[in-house]
Design a protein around this ligand. Structure first.
Ligand code: AVJ
Length: 323
């Protein structure tokens, strides 16, 4: 069969300008913060893949088991069109859906990964084209929180956002993202959304405080990124990894806590940032959902849950949404 690959780049403002703006703003206020999207340079992406294989980090393996079991049911009503994946990364998850489609011999599918890294997109696409005879791939290099308009509008589709990525967004941000996805959907289209669910505090906190310290290295990596991109002078080893479940906000929070008072120069910003001993930089939220909180969010975004797929313990959900 014929395999085809096209990649379109829609990135607008340069990474350098964006990280400069975000870090200046984030380190100027009361609670210091650096947005979690800056974890994922090459080293950070590698560390995150390592996290996914840790015994304490249940979300990836739980979601994979759900996909393994229900991929056939998910793909069965899909008569062909675009399979869009927001924030694609590695191919583990999409392969479960493509396997199901190929087993059912319904191969009129174009895979449309959306990711900020053109290199990662290309590597993943080449691998898929080798594995699935007749597949075509349209790679979209874009920030899916902003440039969803780059996703083709003229075919039926399943859009997917796997892995609890939605949990990194605040309530209002999540609502606006889901609303934008809803805006892309026509009757019959589906949106497959991964959600990490509320569970016992000990299980949640262990997943973000693994015994081998991989999550700590992942958290500190954001300081390596800032050092490199902005010629900053952070010593990552002078910051403790802190991750805890905030029960009222129903979210895991990650911080980096200064082990001592210090001043850090950020060369490219002409800025000197002061830290008190114990003061933290807030690096990530990872929200955990109940069916009720998820349903409220869907309703506000103009989406309706058609089917819930979950594991026996109810630790993770894949929700199939329609407009
Ligand atoms: C990639 C956002 C799903 O929040 O669990 C893993 C990132 N942070 N360990 C998550 C992460 C710390 C992860 N997501």
């Amino acid at each position: 069969g014929e395999s085809r690959l096209e990649i379109r780049n829609y990135l607008t403002s340069s990474y350098a300008e964006e990280i400069a703006r975000d870090v200046r703003l984030g380190l100027s206020g009361g609670q210091k913060r650096i947005p979690s999207k800056y974890f994922y340079d090459e080293r950070g992406s590698r560390l995150f893949e390592e996290i996914c294989m840790l015994p304490e980090y249940y979300p990836t393996r739980t979601e994979m088991a759900i996909l393994q079991e229900y991929a056939g049911a998910i793909m069965e009503p899909f008569a062909g069109g675009d399979l869009v994946e927001m924030g694609s990364g590695a191919n583990w998850k999409i392969c479960r859906l493509l396997d199901a489609a190929w087993q059912a011999d319904s191969r009129v599918i174009r895979y449309v990964p959306v990711d900020v890294s053109e290199a990662a997109l290309r590597t993943a696409a080449v691998d898929l084209l080798r594995r699935y005879d007749g597949l075509s791939v349209l790679g979209i290099v874009a920030d899916f929180t902003r440039d969803l308009g780059s996703i083709p509008d003229n075919t039926s589709k399943i859009v997917s956002l796997f892995g609890g990525t939605l949990g990194n967004f605040t309530g209002p941000e999540a609502e606006s993202l889901l609303g934008m996805v809803a805006g892309l959907m026509h009757p019959g289209d589906r949106f497959l959304l991964g959600l990490d669910m509320l569970k016992e505090r000990a299980v949640l906190e262990a997943a973000y405080n693994d015994s081998r310290g991989v999550t700590a290295a992942f958290n500190r990596n954001i300081l390596h990124v800032v050092n490199r991109e902005l010629n900053a002078g952070f010593d990552p080893l002078l910051f403790d990894h802190v991750a805890f479940f905030n029960e009222d906000a129903e979210q895991i929070e990650m911080h980096l806590a200064a082990k001592q008072a210090m001043t850090v120069d950020i060369g490219l910003l002409d800025m000197a940032v002061e830290f008190r001993e114990g003061e933290t930089i807030h690096t990530e939220i990872s929200r955990k959902f109940s069916r009720e909180s998820a349903m409220r969010l869907f309703e506000r975004a103009g989406l309706a849950a058609e089917r819930w797929f979950t594991d026996d313990a109810g630790w993770f959900s894949l929700v199939e949404l329609a407009r």
